[in-house]
Design a protein around this ligand. Structure first.
Ligand code: G
Ligand code: MN
Length: 377
């Protein structure tokens, strides 16, 4: 069959390379990637060793655009669905007529060229990061992103004490397509693997804490959906053992109302010794629902309110009001996104003590030290 198809395609003008099984095909594809990449992969579904769907997944680990066409003599609904879901371009039933094969391959080659150009256009326009193709492609990138996951730390400083009092942990990845939290969370969403991402972040933070890094309290962002993960509530994890050093930041940007038993869940976390912060206050939902649900120990004011506060009397009045109300409610306030000395000075006048932002340090792999606040102005 392999030889017959190859002969047919050669006579139709294609350049053909044959592989006897999945492993051989993979090696061939990878070897040609840099110099003379293939335009299309045509494979059987059932093969000894690696099947066609697995081959497709493995291809996506190094080539996001290569069209893959699968053939089978005995299709099952599951295998067809699975193949298409994972990004097979077409699914052909054997025996395949020469004419059909020629047509399908011809359009695959063109689609491949189109996909490559689209990717170049997106890169040109600066949209390269979020666009990572089909399910198998996202899966491959996401696994790589989890392998290359790391944590950047940004200091939270006290103006009065003139020192760093805590760090916020911010997830990063060495996988360039999924380097930022936004891209990572989007990919996790598409794959329904949010919990895996949350767990990996918590594991990375816990591992560092175990090694004494940083020697301060750590704020960690917890996605509202993570509040449904039983692993977060287990008593025998290292994460829970560090609870007295950890602040869980829960964003105001997403509503908590749809999370089942959310008040009980938050209370249980607090009982374990975690402190709770409401993140991005001012940029999220109107109303007080999340605030009432979380009863936060710490309130983090969104950087949109900080930006240009020295030049904006309305922002000044708002932040001043929020700060004094929070203090009356017994919450500690942290103001985020402080970029300039002028912003810092206005915040100091408004009696905001705890600040975070590029003025003091950018998030970095090695928790940055801010020795002398004087050096920032
Ligand atoms: O939503 P949350 O507060 O967790 O987001 C923090 C994000 O803000 C991080 O990605 C961090 O890199 C970014 N960030 C931190 N400080 C500053 C700042 O001073 N200016 C800007 N523009 N972004 C900041
Ligand atoms: Mn945060």
């Amino acid at each position: 069959m392999l030889n017959a198809i190859a002969r047919l395609l050669v006579s139709a003008g294609y350049e053909v390379e044959k592989a006897a099984n999945g492993a051989e095909a993979l090696a061939r594809l990878e070897a040609h990637l840099e110099t003379h990449p293939f335009d299309v992969l045509l494979s059987d579904v059932s093969m000894p060793g690696m099947d066609g769907v697995e081959l497709l997944g493995r291809v996506r680990a190094f080539d996001l655009d290569l069209p893959v066409i699968l053939m089978t003599g005995s299709p099952s609904i599951e295998s067809v669905t699975k193949a298409l879901e994972h990004g097979a371009l077409r699914y052909l039933l054997k025996p395949v007529e020469g004419k059909v094969l020629d047509e399908v391959l011809g359009s695959a080659v063109r689609l491949h060229q189109l996909a490559r150009m689209k990717r170049q256009a997106l890169e040109l326009l600066g949209f390269d990061k979020g666009q990572i193709g089909d399910r198998a492609g996202v899966e491959a990138l996401f696994s790589r992103a989890l392998d290359g996951l790391w944590v950047a730390y940004q200091p939270i400083v006290s103006l009065r004490q003139r020192k760093v009092v805590a760090y916020e942990a911010l997830v990063r990845s060495d996988e360039p397509h999924l380097a930022t939290p936004g891209a990572l969370f989007d990919a996790a969403d598409r794959l329904r693997r949010r919990w895996d991402l949350g767990r990996a972040i918590r594991a990375a933070v816990t591992l560092a804490l175990g090694q004494g890094v940083p020697p301060h309290d750590v704020h960690i962002n917890v996605d509202p959906y993570d509040l449904l993960d039983p692993e977060l509530f287990a008593d025998d994890t290292d994460f829970t053992r560090f609870s007295s050093r950890l602040v869980l930041e829960i964003t105001e940007r997403a509503s908590l109302e749809s999370i089942e038993n959310v008040r009980l869940r938050v209370r249980s976390l607090r009982d374990k010794g975690f402190r709770i912060a409401i993140d991005d206050l001012g940029a999220g939902y109107a109303g007080l629902n999340n605030f009432a649900i979380l009863e936060p120990d710490i309130v983090k004011i969104d950087m949109l309110l900080t930006r240009g506060i020295d030049r904006d009397p309305t922002k000044r009045k708002l932040v001043g009001g929020i700060v004094s109300l929070c203090q009356e409610l017994g919450c500690t306030v942290v103001v985020e996104g402080v970029e300039t000395r002028e912003e810092r000075d206005v915040l100091a006048e408004l009696r905001c003590d705890l600040l975070q932002g590029y003025l003091f340090a950018r998030p970095q792999r090695i928790p940055p030290r801010v020795e002398l606040l004087d050096s920032t102005g």
